[in-house]
Every structure is written in C-alpha cells, then in structure tokens.
Design a protein around this ligand. Sequence first.
Ligand code: FAD
Length: 373
Amino acid sequence: LLQNLSKRHLLRSTFASRSASTLVLAEHEGGSIKAQSLSAVVAANSLSQDNPVSLLLAGSGSSLHQAAEKAATCHPSISQVLVADSEKFAYPLAEPWAKLIQLVQLKGDYSHVIATSDSFGKNILPRAAALLDVSPVTDVVDINGPHQFIRPIYAGNALCTVQYTGANPCMLTVRSTSFPVPHISVDSKSGAASISEVDLSTLDEGPFTWILGLQLESIPCLEAIILTLIADSVGKSRFMKLSSQDTGRPDLGSAKIVVTGGRALKSAENFKMIEKLAEKLGAAVGATRAAVDAGFVPNELQVGQTGKIVAPELYMAFGVSGAIQHLAGMKDSKIIVAVNKDSDAPIFQVADYGLVGDLFEVIPELLEKLPEK
Ligand code: FAD
C-alpha cells in the first residue's frame, strides 16, 4: 500500500515549477575535483544561459573541504558548492549517495541533476533517479535545449534525439569527451561561489518523513512498515578495497594521446612495446577487449562500447581490427593513426593515417627513432 501510495505522487506535489537550476554531482580526489566532473558543469551551461549551478561534493575529512575551496573558484557558473561531510561518503557507494541526492533535491528543487557518464555517474545517478521516480537520460553527447538531448544508440552508429517530458528533476549523465572543459581563469575574489554544508540530520529518515512532516513516532505501526521498506534498500553494498596501479602515465579518460594495442600483440610480454611507446609519447595505454580478455592487460584499459570512451588529440591503434564495439569508444578522436597488416581492416575506414605493416617491425622502429622523453 505504501509503495503504491508512492513517493511519486507525494514528491510531484512538492515540485513547484521555477526557472532552471542545476545540481552537478562531482567527484574529488587528493583535495581537487576531478577534471571529468567539470564536463558536467560545462554541460549544465549548455542548458540555458542563466542557470545557476550547485556542485555537490561528498566525502569525509580535510581533503573534501580542500576540494570544496578549489571547486568554489574553478568555474564562473558555479554559484554554490554543497558539501556533505560524513563517513558514509568516504567511498562513492551508490546507496548513500542516492539518498543524499534525494535529500538535496527535495530541499533545493533543482530542474536538472547532471553527472558525467563514468563509473561514478553510471553507478549513482540511476539509483537516485529511481528514488526520485524519474527516468534518467544517459550518455548525452549534445544538448539542444533544457529538455532536448542527443545520445548515441546502436553502439554509437546512430544518434537519437530525446525529448524529456517527465517531471523535475531532469537527470542526465553526459559524456565528458563531448563537453570538453576550456581553460578558464576565475578571479578568486570576485568569482568565488558560496560553500555550504548539507544538513545530513534527516539523511536516514524516509522520504515520507520529509514530505509530510509526519511525526511517525505517533503512529508506531506505520513507522515500523516504513522503516522496513527503507531498511530494505540500504547497506546492500560495502566498500572492500581500492586497487590502482600508479604507472605515472596520464589517465586514459582524459589523456591527449592514447596508444592502443590489440589481440595481434599476442602476449602480455609483447604488450610492453605498447607501454614503452606510450611512455616515450607521454601517452595513456589503451587496449581492445580481445587483448583484455586474453589477459595481456587489466580491463581498466579497455576502450570501447563496454570499456572507456576516449577522444584524445591523437589515437594510435596497433593490431586493432576496428570492430564497431571498439570504434564506439574512440572514433571521436581528433587524429587516428592505425597500423595493421591487413589492408582491408575496418580500422582504416576511420583512420586519418594508415600504415599497412607488421607492428612487430613498426613499433621497434618508432621506439628507435623517437627521441627520449
Ligand atoms: P581482432 O579483431 O582479432 O583483430 C586483430 C587485428 O590485428 C586484425 O585486424 C589483424 O589483421 C591485425 N594483425 C594481426 N597481426 C598483426 C601484426 N603482426 N601487425 C599488425 N596487425 C596485425 N571490443 C573492444 O575493443 N572494446 C569494447 O568495449 C568491446 N565491447 C564489446 C561488447 C560486445 C557486446 C561485444 C559482442 C563485443 C565487444 N568487443 C569490444 C569485441 C569486439 O567485437 C572485437 O572482438 C574486438 O574489438 C577485437 O579486438 P582486436 O581488434 O584486438 O582483435
């Protein structure tokens, strides 16, 4: 009964319409917000000119507050930085983050909520959308207006125009490669956004409590049912560990040059040639799914439909056939260079420069001729 009574009717009645205002979900690391998160701010700017952006940062400890200070001056359209400081947000788990977004949305009544289309946004935003009972629009690559978006379909082979007709908030994940962050200089004195702490005292209460302002203690049996429903949805995931390799190379998602190897490398040992070339060029390393599945490299290096989407200045593909699932992740690169011994390989259809040759001859020659970094 309570589920059918549904948050949706109660929530909708609380949404008074008002002009555009956007909540951007941001990730931070080492006391700074991640560059990808700023793409969501750029996307928010494309919604409408006068669109105040509130940036939501969550975490715990001093690095969160350092990141908030920096975020307040990093982009002129950010009007406020909302900080949620709690051990619950020490790691980006979807359940507490989704409840946080629900809480902030109910208080701020934003017209749009935006995150980047990476593992953070893809994990958190749909769960928050479910709590707010709206349908998110994912993988947005262009914005025509406040409610009209372009997104790829069929592994990027077609673009689809989506008109959002649902209730507020309109929730989006956007591809960071489609909303590049220009270099912006913000005067820290005149351009700083305000920083406010999110009141988390009601975070563990159910939506019914916030909306109706009911003193549930006065109706014990109703409270018991509601708490059971809420308890059902929390604590289903827990943070185990973070493992990352510090290779000293740029991040694959934001690197200016990417050097990718495919199945043709034949072994993890041979794949080291790709890594050496990447080091000489100051590039990130990418791989096809075939190379990942064969165990040459970890799957965090996979580029493509089910891997990372990249759009560097220069993408170099060695021994990559150019399957559509791979192209879906790299075809927006500015310059594509392909080396393949098969002149009919589909990768040549998207390549700006193609070399029909054996990578086991071409890469050693490149390594020899390129100057030391
Ligand atoms: P192959 O297709 O085997 O190509 C190897 C190429 O190397 C060939 O063109 C060959 O001519 C060339 N070659 C061989 N020897 C040499 C040599 N000595 N010198 C130069 N060239 C040489 N793939 C991805 O990459 N990313 C994804 O995200 C992804 N998602 C997928 C999702 C789904 C649902 C499915 C079904 C598939 C997905 N795939 C993905 C797999 C994709 O379909 C291809 O199988 C894969 O991209 C092929 O990888 P490859 O180019 O390394 O291997």
